[in-house]
Ligand binder design. Structure first.
Ligand code: 5RP
Length: 262
């Protein structure tokens, strides 16, 4: 383990490494987006190279597609793969029922489509993502560019009637210009503080014209794999009702720490 790897990156890495144990040769695997998912892609690439793992990866962003190609994972579009055995992705928050906020990296639309088209979705994370109630992390909502100010105003009006503590809505920027997703859309972030009824909010937000999708993943995640900096990992399966502790020895993994680009 190189000294340069931070505690948080170590936690993300061991979660990713443990999640790889769910992946078997022949599987079609949804590949998430973000810094934790990037560890997963590197670990799977290592298994392809070192262990002869044969998988088809379906990336959830151009960033992930680029990384998957770089590490030697064969990739396909969702339309080519059609249905996936498993999707493994990060999250911005998850609650005790394994409902999620996603979209901090701006890829929530493809992430939700891919996760929903999978037999199982596994979230990999460090402990900071675990919350009692969703909403401290600003909720990303993907909206189309046409009439975006009207859509933003409608979102502002809508959330005043919902069980939240904050009501600010901000357009996500990329330098001086609005952030543009892989689908050519914008993202607004809802600063809600606390979401009293995430299930209701997920349904209501998607009824607003101009909203493409929101970052609440309700009843989509099956398993969380939470990593710790000391190598301990907790695996919670919401369907089985089980929580298991495990340990990942990481000293042997140094080959994947070469050429890290974050
Ligand atoms: C991208 C996402 C990411 O999974 C989420 O933002 C977590 O990212 P990270 O692993 O970098 O903390 O939803 O749209």
């Amino acid at each position: 383990m190189p000294a340069s790897l931070s505690a948080i990156d170590t936690a993300k890495f061991v979660a990713a490494k443990r999640a790889c144990q769910f992946v078997e040769s022949g599987m079609r695997v949804g590949l998430g987006t973000g810094s934790t998912a990037a560890w997963l892609v590197r670990c799977l690439g290592d298994m392809v190279e070192q262990d002869g793992l044969r998988i088809t990866g379906v990336p959830t962003s151009t960033r992930t597609a680029d990384l998957a190609r770089e590490v030697g994972i064969e990739i396909a579009t969702l339309d080519e793969a059609k249905w996936l055995d498993i999707t493994i992705d990060g999250a911005d928050e998850f609650d005790p029922e394994l409902n999620l906020i996603k979209g901090g990296g701006g890829a929530l639309l493809q992430e939700k489509i891919v996760a929903t088209a999978s037999d199982r979705m596994i979230v990999i994370a460090d402990r900071t993502k675990q919350v009692d109630t969703l909403g401290a992390f600003p909720l990303p909502v993907e909206i189309i560019p046409f009439g975006w100010q009207t859509t933003k105003a409608l979102l502002e009006e809508t959330i005043t009637a919902l069980d939240v503590v904050g009501e600010k809505v901000t357009l996500r920027m990329d330098g001086p210009a609005p952030f543009v997703t892989d689908e050519g859309n914008h993202i607004v972030d809802l600063h809600l503080g606390r979401i009293g009824n995430a299930r209701q909010m997920a349904l209501i937000l998607n009824q607003i014209p101009g909203v493409v999708e929101n970052g609440l993943f309700i009843d989509i995640c099956d398993i969380t794999v939470i990593g710790n900096a000391d190598g301990r990992v907790q695996v919670k399966d919401i369907n089985q009702g089980t929580t298991e502790e495990d340990f990942i020895a990481f000293e042997e993994e140094e080959n994947i720490f070469v050429d890290l680009d974050g």
